[in-house]
Design a protein around this ligand. Structure first.
Ligand SMILES: [Cu+2]
Length: 131
């Protein structure tokens, strides 16, 4: 038996149990990350974008709700970015857009406009609270 095969055997004995343990822990973590229970409710909102705010600026839903939001701008082009739920919509004046997503995590998630729309653009944001 040469030195290399001894080394390979030793490493297998040392490393394999650790790899198996890591594998089992990963399976356990995956099992705990269970999907959110849906409430079966659809919460509907209408949000108006205007220089330089969203009205309403805060909306509240429950974990597991389906959230439906109708969005429109009543003056210039804005956008509605809600990254936490993969929403990125441009809001052309006068056109209504409907978005829908599942509130599948709790917390406060901000939304904002990323189209430079004038003096108050940087303060044009709001939040969704999922509890
Ligand atoms: Cu803007």
């Amino acid at each position: 038996m040469d030195i290399r095969s001894i080394w390979v055997k030793t490493m297998n004995v040392k490393i394999m149990p650790k790899l198996i343990l890591i594998f089992l822990i990963l399976i356990l973590i995956a099992g705990c990350a269970s999907p959110v229970n849906l409430t079966g409710k659809t919460k509907k909102f209408s949000i108006t974008a205007k220089q330089w705010s969203f009205e309403p600026g805060t909306i509240r839903v429950n974990l597991g709700d389906i959230v439906e939001i109708r969005l429109k701008s009543i003056d210039v082009t804005h956008s509605f970015i809600l990254s936490a739920f993969g929403v990125n919509e441009k809001l052309e004046p006068g056109k209504e857009i409907k978005i829908e997503f599942v509130a599948d995590k709790t917390g406060e998630f901000s939304f904002f406009c990323n189209v430079p729309c004038g003096r108050g653009h940087n303060n044009m944001n709001g939040k969704i609270i999922v509890a």
